[in-house]
Write a protein of this length. Sequence first.
Length: 379
Amino acid sequence: MVYTEFKGERLSALGMGNMRLPVVNGNDGDIDVKAVEEMFACAMEAGINYYDTAYGYHNGQSELVVGELLQKYPRDSFFLASKFPGYDLANMPKVKEIFEEQLKKCNVEFFDFYLFHNVCEMNIDAYLDPKYGIYDYLIEQKKNGRIKHLGFSAHGDIDCMKRFLDAYGESMEFCQIELNYFDYIFQNAKGKVELLNERNIPIWVMEPVRGGQLASLPAEFEEKLKEARPDEKVPAWAFRFIQSVPGVAVTLSGMSDMQQLKDNIASYEERRPLSEKEMELLLGIAEAMIAKTTVPCTGCHYCVSHCPKKLDIPFLLKLYNEAMVAGSGDFIAPMALASVDADKQPENCIGCHSCSKVCPQTIQIPEALHSFAEKMGRA
């Protein structure tokens, strides 16, 4: 197992994510505890010492199961991470109540790592609002030793991350972002990496294979990767990419079965970063995949000045693309839409095509916005 040094701690570079554990009969709230117990034993034996959970994972059951199973191991043999559930604005006034509940659910007296969960456009104002006292309370718990290291996870754009860092950055020890070779381009994860490196904040990675989307590729792309590295499996390329990105300390993978776990462990027996040529190949594949499923909006904003409804069309098309790429597993688009005023939602497009007439990419914008509204259940 490859390890990373972090403030005197030795963290496994591969962490056990606990959002996609094996379940019984497809019921997300009914975790297959026996299967997870066997996976934890395998992970521990392989040297994985970082275990990540959260308040809402598996309908609230993840923290309970993770806490129960980790009781078998000495407390100093693992690092446990959980998060304050700011993805639900109703939780904002409940930071003390929720934190105490999480400690009990996880059967621990402290969290090694604790995060502001899912900083994004929807909740950034609330996270920064002092009336909720979230930051003050978590800093107090850190001073009391109940949080060893404090950080945040982010699904918002770079501007959103900058707002959070400008307010709380001096206290943030690490940041967890969605990073993979697809989102390096698609969600500008490259820019987020650069931002965090500039601020000397270590990077934790989530969604390294984009929820399984990068675990298998169309045959034409798999053949190119096989030619470049005959001994490397397709999912391993996602981890080799991350091993090539500066500033990454821990990569979390939500493994759903023993085979996934063993395959990922094999990818972290040693670091095998990509060469410049291999990086170009992989990013070229990502660009081709993006082109097949998205509209080619460049964010020029010509359309906005011609829209009688003053819709932020580039932003809406960005969310449309996210929804198209993610499919049924999409949560980013509806979450971001929650921050948009009612009169600026995609269903407010009147179909006049004033925008399409000035679009350099000749995108049929009204059709895309109407399709997006239908997909979001807003038609």
